[in-house]
Design a binder for this molecule. Structure first.
Ligand code: ADP
Ligand code: MG
Length: 203
């Protein structure tokens, strides 16, 4: 769905057989368990970042066993390209009665609660409104290249948010039973912005 709306995601394949899923991808891989009971995958050991193709079979076996011990049955494995290092940004949306989609933009990925650096807007969002949300973030200088780091591609981030929350974006097309959506994280670096994880919540 993200791809259909032009939101960049890593190339990847899901299959019962992790090795088969890995066969299309070259370079460093990310292995993720797909299970209906598993929401926060990495907390339970369901994500391995930076594997080589040769490491996938054993990693998948260990992952299955560790998750089974916690009561999660792994249906399939998602094997995807590892995104280049960057800053982790959260883009979330909650369907709010009487208001519409309330969109949240925040810094920090897994640390979003700790940093509490977020900005809100209501969809549909125009480009200038998305830029204004970014400007509200105290941590914006980090993305802009604080301390000599190369600036992240903020235009790519704005475009990604527009494809989610703009007038013709994904949110506007979702059926009413989808009540919440999180892209966490979106990895933003000098080369672009890519959503490496997505969660849809049905109400
Ligand atoms: P979950 O949020 O369910 O624990 P994620 O898919 O977000 O699982 O993966 C956990 C973390 O692993 C991410 O926050 C990110 O830091 C890293 N990660 C996940 N997928 C990729 C990827 N394709 N490339 C690089 N890093 C990734
Ligand atoms: Mg995540």
């Amino acid at each position: 769905m993200l791809q259909h709306f032009g939101i960049p995601v890593p190339a990847g394949t899901a299959d019962r057989d992790a090795v088969k899923a890995a066969s299309d991808i070259s370079g460093p891989l990310v292995l993720k368990a797909v299970s209906p009971t598993l929401v926060h995958k990495s907390d339970a050991g369901g994500v391995r970042v930076g594997l080589s193709a040769a490491e996938v079979a054993e990693a998948a076996q260990l992952m299955s066993a560790a998750l089974a011990e916690q009561g999660h049955q792994v249906d399939r494995f998602l094997v995807e390209e590892k995104a280049d290092p960057g800053h982790e940004v959260v883009v979330g949306a909650v369907r709010t009665p009487g208001v519409g989609w309330v969109v949240m933009l925040g810094l920090g990925g897994v640390f979003v609660e700790v940093l509490a650096d977020v900005a809100f807007g209501v969809a549909p969002l125009r480009t200038d409104q998305i830029t204004a949300m970014l400007d509200e973030l105290r941590g914006l200088p980090i993305l802009q290249g604080a301390r000599g780091a190369e600036p992240a591609d903020l235009d790519a981030l704005v475009t990604l948010v527009e494809r989610l929350a703009g007038p013709d974006g994904l949110l506007a097309a979702l059926p009413p039973e989808v009540v919440e959506l999180d892209l966490n994280p979106v990895i933003v670096n000098p080369a672009g912005a890519v959503a490496v994880d997505a969660r849809f919540v049905l109400g």
